[in-house]
Design a protein around this ligand. Sequence first.
Ligand SMILES: Cc1cc2nc3c(=O)[nH]c(=O)nc-3n(C[C@H](O)[C@H](O)[C@H](O)COP(=O)(O)OP(=O)(O)OC[C@H]3O[C@@H](n4cnc5c(N)ncnc54)[C@H](O)[C@@H]3O)c2cc1C
Length: 479
Amino acid sequence: MEAFVLQALAPHLFFYQRTKGIYPLSLDLRLCCLRILTILITHKVTPVVRSLAPRRKPKSKGYITYHLANPYANIAPMSYNSLSLKVDIIVIGGGIAGLWAINRLTQLGYQALLIEHQALGSGQTIKSQGIIHGGLKYALNGILGLDGAAIQDMPGRWQACLKGEGELDLRAVELLSPYQYLFSTRSLTAQLAQSFAQFTLQGKVDALNSADYPNFFQAAAIKGKILRLEEMVLNVPSVIKTLAKLSEPYLLKIDRLTENSWLRNQAQELEGLELQNGQQRLKLLADCILMTAGSGNAEMLQCFPSPTPRMQHRPLQMSVAKFSEPYEVFAHCMDGQSAPRLTITTHRTEAGETVWYLGGRLAEEGVQRSQSEQIKATELELKTLFPNMPFSNLSCSAFRVDRAEAWQHDGKKPALPTLYEMEKIIIAWPTKLAFAPLLADLIIDSLTKKNILPTHRAMDLTALQTWPKPLIAKPLWEE
Ligand SMILES: Cc1cc2nc3c(=O)[nH]c(=O)nc-3n(C[C@H](O)[C@H](O)[C@H](O)COP(=O)(O)OP(=O)(O)OC[C@H]3O[C@@H](n4cnc5c(N)ncnc54)[C@H](O)[C@@H]3O)c2cc1C
């Protein structure tokens, strides 16, 4: 019907543009109104009339202009490339939790799409050190209790995936190191041996002879025993890239969700999401909405009446050190306290430089420092721990980042991944990158209990062919 209105107006608009005089315009406008009214009455249209209301401009211009408001303004379905689709599950957030989940879900036969408003991994995942913990670090601070068995299974599950024999084919993922080493600033051999006794028995911890120390530790003349922990370190960008490639057809880049994005039916039941990317719109209905958006989960939950599941942030100020030598170190430095004094992982920039990514207590305590203080503290720490090593052209930088996880009454790290259910929504935090496989198990259990089962029907995504895909986030040292 709007087309009829435009059709009626078109010749008069043209006439108006060529005419500045008041008389011909008024006459024309009268004709125009008459014709529109006839059409409106015939077609019983009313809303469009509002957009045709004349607005008087300042008289000083010497003539009256009639401003036609954009006739498309109220007619989104016609003007946007608007689509509608129904799936089993919408996954919100493409960090490790969402990417692992979408791969497992689609593999099981669920119809699922993942939506990401920035780049994949751009929350905590790209900033993680990529250590696949097996609980060895936690053995030190005695929290290896109930979750012990769960975390101990994780390296095995990841390893199977890296070999192409696990639940997901991660053969394209780059293994940076098969081990994480543990060295101490004091003679802590006895304490370490005690903490790791159970793992030493399982062959997961080796006390190395000095001849077997990695090159860097030999050159740095580290005193005391060095332990080798069976905890591999992965190149995180390659993890994100591989998971994204496996699930590529099911990934959508979206504009930021707003509180109006949540679609409810007349009974106020959640039905899905109205998505947008530039001029494209998609009404996406689903049986379940999975929130794996890290910090974004809390932001989205603000759109729902409380009480909603709570989240906590544990902040860090991580450091990146660049230098000329190609030192390769994957290690925790212990100094008698339960948390590592320093955790070092080594990475290569796109330009081929070596960088050390530094966490541990340096990053935890660094939250209290300004950025420049943290940079100075990092330089001092490297020179204190490794006085024999030159670190030529050392340049350090520091970045604040929050760990986002389920709320704990004591503010400490949750022992396990956490999942909550609310309406049609599952809210999930993995707690650790390493826990992504376990979190996916919990999600699948939850869906099964809700009787949301795989439909095993292929999704027809042809209508989404032009919908943009999210990019992959860059590591801190490339920013
Ligand atoms: C500095 C640091 C080092 C770490 N090192 C390790 C480690 O070595 N080993 C380990 O196991 N764990 C480590 N972790 C923990 C691990 O990184 C996190 O537990 C894990 O990455 C969390 O993943 P996630 O998918 O839940 O969230 P995130 O990685 O934060 O991903 C959330 C995604 O959701 C998107 N998003 C947010 N809101 C919306 C929205 N409204 N709509 C659409 N998309 C949205 C974001 O853009 C982002 O891409 C580390 C964490 C930090 C901070």
